[in-house]
Write a protein that binds this ligand. Structure first.
Ligand code: HSE
Length: 315
């Protein structure tokens, strides 16, 4: 039976993972965005947002979740319209894949209401259009892990080729979100347009090393490979206290530390839950001492299921 209403959830993601700009990402359990959607008789979309944040666009023409939903309705032409509420709990401009989570949760919700829902793999295209709308670029390293869960390698963009990567279950992700905003558009505009061959060689060595290290749970290989010699140096100055926070994380036992997505969140990899708590305290303390910035902490194992339907109510 086709549900009348659904509630979906799409999780936050850590993209790039240090060296893998636009090609590596992983889903975590929290935070994330929720979408409530119901069928309505009138075609088209009725849209509203529930949030504590002030800067989330309420206008459906400017909100990424509404944009994705409208795109799907226009293309798939169901015989009904959709009433949608975005429950936006993720901070925008945080480096946690906020726009991707909204896009993915909206795509999942519209899809569930269709008489013949598409496979998850067919939804990625709509979420990517959302990324283009929100950030000005078609990067998939947030949307893919948010949708599918686990770790993802975007092996190619043309054609799009998303490959799941294994992440050893002992590893724990820490994301510290300082209370400053960095918009992805801006953080992409300052990136180098060309890179020296020696930096490229170092970077792709690190990407390969990290993928292997994560799969094997090889702590030393992870330690050597979470190194971004291209994007991090350009973006670090957008994050107050970044160098101190990174130093503090590594000193406290992190296997690696770098910028989460386009920042300002900073992620670390910990070898255990206990270590994660110690490292996260070192990071938040350092943000406060070095930059006078307060922050939120998210500690999570890898989220293996990605976006999901929280509940459905049948007609
Ligand atoms: N890979 C993208 C970037 C992620 O670094 O710009 C944006 O969250």
């Amino acid at each position: 039976m086709i549900p009348r209403s659904v509630k979906t959830f799409a999780p936050a993601t850590i993209s790039n993972l240090g060296p893998g700009f636009d090609v590596l990402g992983v889903a975590v359990h929290a935070p994330g965005d929720f979408v409530l959607a119901s069928r309505q008789k009138e075609r088209g979309l009725s849209f509203s947002v529930k949030t504590d944040q002030t800067h989330v666009p309420q206008d459906p023409e400017r909100n990424v979740a509404a944009y994705v939903a409208q795109l799907m309705l226009r293309e798939l032409k169901p015989s009904f319209g959709v009433q949608m509420i975005l429950q936006k709990s993720m901070p925008i401009g945080s480096g946690l894949g906020s726009s991707a989570a909204s896009s993915v949760a909206a795509a999942m919700a519209v899809n569930e209401l269709l008489p013949k829902p598409l496979k998850k793999s067919k939804l990625l295209r709509f979420a990517l259009e959302g990324e283009l709308f929100a950030c000005g670029s078609l990067h998939a390293d947030n949307a893919a892990p948010s949708l599918f869960g686990g770790g993802c390698l975007i092996r190619s963009y043309d054609p799009l080729d998303v490959v799941p990567i294994t992440i050893d279950s002992s590893l724990v992700w820490i994301v510290v979100h300082p209370h400053v905003v960095v918009l992805t558009k801006k953080a992409r505009a300052i990136l180098p347009r060309s890179i020296p061959l020696c930096s490229a060689v170092r970077q792709w060595g690190n990407v390969a090393g990290l993928v292997l290290g994560l799969a094997r749970g090889d702590r030393d290989l992870i330690k050597r490979s979470v190194e971004d010699v291209i994007m991090e140096p350009a973006r670090a100055r957008l994050i107050p206290g970044f160098d101190d926070v990174k130093r503090a994380a590594l000193k406290a036992g992190a296997l690696g530390c770098s910028i989460s997505g386009s920042g300002p969140s900073v992620f670390s990899i910990a070898p255990s839950m206990r270590a994660a708590r110690i490292i996260s305290t070192a990071m938040t303390t350092s943000f406060r001492r070095a930059a006078g910035v307060s922050s939120d902490v998210f500690i999570s194992r890898t989220n293996l299921c990605g976006a999901n339907v929280v509940w459905r109510k049948d007609a």
